[in-house]
Design a protein around this ligand. Sequence first.
Ligand SMILES: [Zn+2]
Length: 138
Amino acid sequence: MTESHNNPVVLTSTASEPEAAVLIAYLRDEGVPAEMMGGLTAGFRAEAIGYVQVLVRAEDEAHAKTLLEAFNRDKPEIDWSQVDVGEPEDMAEVPFKPTCEQCGYDLRGTIANRCPECGWTMNADFEHKLRQFQKDTI
Ligand SMILES: [Zn+2]
């Protein structure tokens, strides 16, 4: 792992990638480099599906927060259903990943209902899907 960012901090979170993209474009216009994390961004594991974080450099955080306030105040009402964002992703159909929700450890061979790496206890839904996954792949 290399540090590709200079201490990125999470400025805010948005519910969708188009929203994050609009905010990022706005920040960049104002001279603040920003990136999104989560969603479809490769190389990062989304903390929660459908939840996109906007990252800025630590030294830009104060400036970015001011811009974010202005952005939220001036934001035109956008009807996202009218915005063409390509193929809509059906969030309910996201394929199950047999990895620990807490630490990302691969749980496909795990028989217990806890992560052997960090001790995270699977919820019933996760365990059900994991068992299904194990049945399907063995
Ligand atoms: Zn874990």
